[in-house]
Each structure stands twice: as structure tokens, then as C-alpha cells.
Design a protein around this ligand. Structure first.
Ligand SMILES: [Zn+2]
Length: 237
């Protein structure tokens, strides 16, 4: 972990989190509903960018500073781990996107296609550039296979147990698999497994605290993303 890079990541994370605010606000609506474009308290239209508080009634949008803090922590860790390497941009892109996706999934239990699907060509392009700079075509091939393997694994699980893992999780798994595969097969396996371990551990704690009925759904996206993040930080490359 390079601490100078990590500090720069924390500093970059605060404005990045503010930029993510707009997407999180607009897309935090149940699946199939139109985007949120008005203040939840006074129904005044909200600006397209820089959503901090309502210009009409002063209501803060979302928990004040939460997205900024989360993005600062994630980018701090990723800058510290990947700083100065050709693949830094790819991992920071996925890290920032992951914060927005986790926030939306936690609030409305969905991972919008409109964020996940366009991220595929962007992430593949960023990894391809990193492969060119680093003369590592093998890593790019492994990334593409990794995306297929993790996405395919989630697809099988979703088909075996409908209602547990959703289509949004399958599409996000392909994205996470690209990044984890880039780092190597052990990282892919560790990252994939960690998502289930974290989700299982938190479910048990919530069950024990009687905060969760046995059949109730918890969002899987944040656990998948946290598992991928931890494995990426630990993965040797
Ligand atoms: Zn308002």
C-alpha cells in the first residue's frame, strides 16, 4: 500500500462521491419506475448535477457526506494498491461505480442496467489499454474469461434458486469477474467466494438480532462488490 497514492485517492474520492450523488438520487427508485427528478419532500424539480440539497426547501438528498466518505475510502484503498500502475484507472472506475451501485442496491434492491451495462465496454477498454501499456495480453484474455466464469456462475445460481440472486447480480458479477480475472485465477476465486461469505455472515448476524425474517431478501450487490474489493486489494500482481 503506497500511502502517498492512498492520500491522493482519498482527496479524489470526495468530489467523485459528489458526482455520483446525481446518479444515485435519480436511479434510487423501484425497478420499472421513472427516474426520480423531484425533491422527495417538496416535489420541486431538482438540478441535473451537483445534487446536495433542495434549492426550494433545503432538504438534504441522501445521508449528508455518506457517498463522499464511501468513495474516499474506496478510492484511497485502490489508489494505494494500484497507484502508478497501468490498471489503476480500470480499478478506480469500477470502484467508484461500485459505490454508486451499492448505495442504490441498499436503498431499493436493484442494480440498474443503465449503470451496469455501459460499464462493460468502458472497463474492457480500460483493461485493454492497461494490457497494451503493460505488454500483458494474457491478463486481458484472463479478464474476459473471468467475466464469463463469474457471470456464468451467478447465472447458474440464479437459475437454481430463483428469487435469491437476481438478473442485476448476474450482470454485475460479469463486471466484477473482468476485474478479478485480470488479477489472476486465485483472486477471482477468492473474490467470488468472499461475496458469499460476507453475505452469509451478515445474514446470520441480522437473523440472530431478529432483524431479518428467514426468507427475506437482502441486497447481494454490496457484498459481491465488497468481496471483489477485498480480493483486489490482497491479490498479488
Ligand atoms: Zn425540496
Amino acid at each position: 500500500m503506497n500511502l502517498v497514492w492512498a492520500a491522493e485517492g482519498v482527496i479524489a474520492g470526495v468530489p467523485a462521491g459528489t458526482i455520483l450523488r446525481s446518479a444515485v438520487f435519480r436511479l434510487s427508485v423501484p425497478s420499472g419506475n421513472p427516474d426520480r427528478t423531484t425533491c422527495p419532500r417538496c416535489a420541486a424539480p431538482v438540478p441535473r448535477w451537483l445534487l446536495l440539497r433542495c434549492g426550494h426547501c433545503g432538504q438534504h438528498f441522501g445521508t449528508l457526506g455518506a457517498l463522499e466518505w464511501a468513495t474516499a475510502v474506496v478510492l484511497g484503498l485502490l489508489f494505494g494498491r494500484f497507484g502508478g500502475q497501468p490498471d489503476m484507472l480500470a480499478f478506480c472506475f469500477l470502484g467508484a461505480l461500485g459505490v454508486a451501485l451499492a448505495a442504490i442496491d441498499l436503498s431499493v434492491q436493484r442494480l440498474p442496467d443503465r449503470l451496469v451495462l455501459p460499464a462493460y465496454p468502458v472497463l474492457i477498454a480500460l483493461l485493454a489499454i492497461a494490457a497494451l501499456i503493460g505488454h500483458d495480453a494474457a491478463a486481458l484474455g484472463r479478464a474476459l474469461l473471468g467475466g464469463l466464469v463469474l457471470g456464468g456462475t451467478y447465472l447458474v445460481l440464479a437459475l437454481l434458486r430463483p428469487g435469491g440472486i437476481g438478473g442485476g447480480d448476474v450482470k454485475l458479477a460479469g463486471l466484477a469477474g473482468l476485474a478479478l480475472g485480470w488479477l489472476g485465477w486465485p483472486t477471482l476465486i477468492a473474490g467470488g467466494a468472499l461475496g458469499f461469505i460476507l453475505s452469509g455472515a451478515v445474514s446470520l448476524v441480522l437473523l440472530a438480532a431478529r432483524r431479518l425474517a428467514l426468507q427475506s431478501m437482502i441486497s447481494f450487490g454490496p457484498f459481491m462488490l465488497a468481496g471483489a474489493l477485498l480480493a483486489s486489494l490482497a491479490g498479488a500482481r
